[in-house]
Design a protein around this ligand. Structure first.
Ligand code: MN
Length: 242
């Protein structure tokens, strides 16, 4: 049996072309998975369960259907969908994971993360991360009226788009020392994350141990992939062509 991992689908709604691909995947190949891990930014924005559940009802329903077949589903919040709450959990049948977390994937201890925790050179983003990972801050945000949360989310997206063109590219990638520190702290030689939209497998050493860092691909019109990991191999399932 293999474990499936995906991240950064950035769904805008059930009418998003990638929503259809994701639903076909959830109704199909995902049923053979030992477990499915979604490592954040599944949704391009989550303004709160009240406003976002109806927009993504179709996809969430397919996750629930998959869970009912007995496949365990895990969801880690990303910086775009940090506001998923109890109603999302109830509707999707997904279990929320801490970020980062160590799990045994087919017997291999693996550190899983959305990934922005390692982008320590982007101090502005880290300041935002400190807020959105705080449950009390999230609870305060959810008390704001929905129309205002929608406006705040729109502004944040615009700001982030402007930031992306202004910030040097290296700042938006992970910091190598932050990666090593986390892997040593959690005593793992394998890390899987998303967020950076720089899919790759990096091989390196920490204190003589061979290590790897797998960056999951973001979904685009021409690329929609799920990582399939078993005891020996890591392969990408191409959902776009499937
Ligand atoms: Mn992200």
């Amino acid at each position: 049996m293999a474990v499936h991992l995906l991240a950064d689908v950035h769904l805008t709604g059930d009418d998003d072309p990638n929503a259809e691909r994701l639903m076909r995947y959830l109704d199909g190949p995902a049923r053979a998975a030992e477990a499915v891990y979604v490592l954040g930014d599944l949704f391009d924005v989550w303004v709160g369960d009240d406003g976002s559940l109806p927009v993504h009802a179709g996809v969430i329903d397919r996750f629930a259907a998959l869970a009912r077949t007995g496949v365990p589903l895990y969801f880690m919040r990303g910086n775009r969908d940090f506001a998923v709450g109890e109603a999302f959990v109830a509707a999707s049948h997904m279990q929320i994971l801490d970020d980062p977390v160590v799990v045994e994937l087919c017997g291999i201890p693996t550190l899983l993360s959305h990934g922005d925790i390692f982008c320590t050179d982007d101090t502005a983003h880290q300041a935002f991360r400190a807020r959105y990972t705080d449950p009390r801050w999230r609870a305060r945000m959810m008390k704001i009226p929905l129309w205002l949360r929608r406006r705040i989310a729109r502004r944040a997206r615009k700001r982030s788009m402007r930031g992306k063109t202004r910030k040097p590219a290296e700042i938006m990638d992970v910091n190598a020392e932050a990666v090593c520190r986390a892997m040593q702290t959690h005593d793992v030689t394998r890390l899987i994350h998303g967020h950076t939209h720089r899919p790759d497998t990096h091989h390196f050493e920490i204190a003589g141990d061979a290590c790897e860092r797998i960056v999951l691909p973001d979904w685009r019109p021409d690329r929609a992939q799920v990582l399939v990991a078993d005891q020996r191999t890591l392969e990408y399932l191409d959902v776009a062509s499937w």
